[in-house]
Design a binder for this molecule. Structure first.
Ligand SMILES: Cc1cc2nc3c(=O)[nH]c(=O)nc-3n(C[C@H](O)[C@H](O)[C@H](O)COP(=O)(O)OP(=O)(O)OC[C@H]3O[C@@H](n4cnc5c(N)ncnc54)[C@H](O)[C@@H]3O)c2cc1C
Length: 449
């Protein structure tokens, strides 16, 4: 006999973890997803070429400490698909790329990329951050909010000085943070630096990040793709009402994992706290541009470099938007003779370009990248552009308390509607998974009493 029937709206990381957890606890689960594939911002597609590979359209990196993602990966038997990325990053300075061993910040110094003074500033900042954040789970927020009141650029300048900010901002981020730094919120800066302090290992998935939610949802019998939810409300006997174009479901509870700006339009009976939360959660936008090349780039310094990063003042600009770029060699992803170059445009620039046609964005990016990698245009095979108008939830100081109250309220509410997703936690796979687990645990506790 099952304990109850729970609906989950959205088949991203939060929805998959919630569904997996509830099925394990004995619930009947129905997952409803508007897109033809699951994954949400962890979406990946198979790119067919000489050697097919999976291309991530949103999030890509999975960190060791994602406490609710790692067990899912292990339990569902996809741990062998995890690839630890190589410990190298590269930065472009002057006329060439320079390779840095990110596990040894001393290489930055020996490559003469920064002065000893800037290096010691960075080391001090590491220590400071390590002490400050040590032992805290970033997915529970706590100390993170206090950083979120300015740009990451400002935060780096304050922590590392001018020189450190110019040449270290991106390599310090393991070369993995390839958004336009000027506009990145500090919460990200703090988060990324904490991983460096923790010496976390970073992974990508051989079969794309989407393989994680897919694996999580394998145990769910009822997954409905291509099915946008149009309304979520409260029906007879306090049941959760979930309406799609074809039917109206009456469920014991529903977990809504879609971004709040979208959820606000379809939840017809939020609690007072949920209403406030939905109204007050806004998002950064990003555009991800993946350039598929027909062969490796020729610069020997790029061999073994996980990412290539361009210091702020040497970054290319178009339409007034800074573009840094990352590079993955065939070693890190099974793409054989092909290469994948990924560029992220974030927040203000992405906002402005969101409505532009693909070819305008692509042409401008290609022109600017050619400045750094002259032979790249000749090798260009394909361009993929993914727009994320709701990419990353914004946070501001003081919201920590709101968020804590929000979860507390969800624990004691009588409403059958629960809101989860990365906006209710930390804007990463780890945060999304934590929120899915948390919401499903609250429901399990309520029904098993
Ligand atoms: C470009 C980019 C890069 C990132 N890089 C990383 C990274 O490297 N590492 C990391 O940890 N995090 C990264 N992130 C963040 C990470 O992708 C997200 O935090 C996480 O995927 C959010 O998961 P979620 O389940 O909360 O939401 P989502 O993945 O957005 O899931 C919500 C789902 O709801 C569906 N939906 C929406 N409306 C409806 C409706 N009406 N009816 C039914 N379904 C609906 C959506 O289609 C979607 O599938 C990145 C994000 C972006 C955008």
């Amino acid at each position: 006999m099952h304990i109850g029937h729970v609906g989950i709206v959205g088949a991203g990381m939060a929805g998959a973890v919630a569904a997996h957890n509830l099925v394990k606890a004995g619930f009947v689960v129905t997952v409803i997803e508007k897109e033809p594939q699951c994954g949400g911002r962890a979406r990946s597609t198979l790119v067919n070429g000489a050697l097919p590979f999976f291309q991530d359209h949103g999030g890509q990196f999975i960190l060791d400490h994602y406490e609710d993602v790692m067990p899912l990966i292990k339990e569902t038997g996809i741990a062998d698909d995890m690839i630890e990325i190589e410990p190298y990053t590269a930065t472009f300075r002057g006329d060439r790329f320079r390779r840095i061993n990110r596990k040894n910040s001393g290489t930055v110094y020996s490559e003469e990329l920064v002065s000893p003074r800037a290096c010691s500033q960075v080391e001090n900042a590491y220590r400071h951050m390590a002490q400050r954040v040590g032992g805290l789970d970033p997915n529970r927020y706590t100390a993170w909010y206090e950083f979120d009141n300015g740009s990451a650029d400002w935060w780096f300048r304050r922590s590392y000085g001018e020189e450190g900010a110019a040449y270290l901002a991106e390599p310090v981020f393991n070369g993995l943070f390839f958004h336009a730094m000027q506009y990145a919120p500090e919460i990200y800066a703090a988060w990324m630096i904490s991983h460096l302090a923790r010496r976390d290992r970073w992974h990508i998935m051989r079969r794309g990040t989407q393989s994680i939610p897919e694996a999580g949802l394998r145990c769910v019998r009822d997954v409905r793709l291509n099915t946008p939810v149009l309304e979520i409300g409260i029906g007879a006997e306090g049941k959760a009402l979930v309406r799609t174009a074809d039917e109206t479901l009456m469920l014991d509870a529903v977990i809504v994992t879609i971004p709040p700006p979208e959820a606000a339009g379809i939840i017809s009976a939020p609690t007072v706290r949920q209403k406030l939360f939905l109204k007050n959660t806004h998002y950064w936008s990003t555009i991800v541009i993946n350039l598929l090349l027909s062969s490796r780039l020729s610069d020997p310094n790029l061999n073994n470099a996980a990412m290539a990063m361009i210091p702020a003042e040497e970054r290319c600009f178009f339409h007034n938007c800074p573009a840094a770029f990352s590079l993955e060699s065939g070693k890190h992803k099974a793409i054989g003779a092909q290469e994948l170059l990924g560029t992220h445009l974030m927040s203000h620039s992405a906002e402005r370009l969101m409505q532009e046609p693909d070819d305008i964005i692509a042409q401008a990016v290609i022109k600017d990248l050619a400045h750094f990698v002259p032979d790249m245009p000749h090798k260009l095979r394909d361009v993929h552009i993914t727009r994320w108008p709701l990419a990353i939830p914004k946070r501001s100081p003081g919201e920590l308390l709101e968020l804590t109250r929000f979860w507390w309220d969800q624990e004691i509410q009588t409403s059958p509607i629960y809101i989860a997703g990365d906006s209710t936690s930390f804007p990463t796979f780890g945060g999304a998974a934590w929120s899915g687990k948390k919401a499903s645990n609250i429901i399990a506790k309520r029904f098993c009493r």
